[in-house]
Design a protein around this ligand. Sequence first.
Ligand code: ADP
Ligand code: MG
Length: 235
Amino acid sequence: AEEAIIKSEKLSVAGQMAAGIAHEIRNPLTSLKGFTQLLKTKISGSHEYLDIMLGELDRINEIVEEFMTFAKPKEHQFAYGDLTHILSGIVTLLETQAILNNVQIHADFDPDVPQIYCDANQLKQVFINIMKNALEAMPQGGEVRVELSRSGPAAVLVRIVDHGAGIPAEQLEQIGHPFFTTKSSGTGLGLMISFRIIEAHKGKMQFFSEPGKGTEVSITLPVSFAKRTVNQGNS
Ligand code: ADP
Ligand code: MG
């Protein structure tokens, strides 16, 4: 347990640095993108190189934005929130992308789950990350299930199940490590941030996967936890 605590403190310092640097990079980046776009309007003929530059600037921007979500614990906005509401919002948000990917999203929400003490925006980000991974794992289309149920008297369980490519055993342990990605245009940051957010909620996130069959992500979140633990170690 001691080792785990040290690891999370290190992550937290690294996270704050990353958020700070990301913030500083954003302004010059915006300016670079603006002037590159302006150049396109000034130069006649082929814009092949400028388009490559704009594409690469977008890519830096994506990475920077993912880093900025390393919110400092003080900025967490914890309150009682309704997971049914959060999850339905995400299903709606991703529906267009799902249709384009030929994916059907099936939602199965137990109406009796209690509200949980959470930072709704951060949890949204976790679910969006995981749903996007599920869609990206199914280029041929198929079905993604999103389930919400009770898990004992004081916790709730969210399961997101896809029938995509699956994850080989040797990659499973790398999941959540910074920059671990198998995608040509992935950042490998989504799950690292997701693990951090679930940790800040005193919850647990697990991956079960079988190559060729699909992946199940299960997230258990406590209904409430003592407020004093939220900013622990950050004085
Ligand atoms: P990214 O999506 O940018 O690659 P993530 O942190 O979200 O970064 O995911 C890291 C890696 O974990 C992915 O590149 C992929 O190899 C693997 N992965 C995550 N979720 C799934 C899934 N549902 N199915 C298959 N592989 C997955
Ligand atoms: Mg991802």
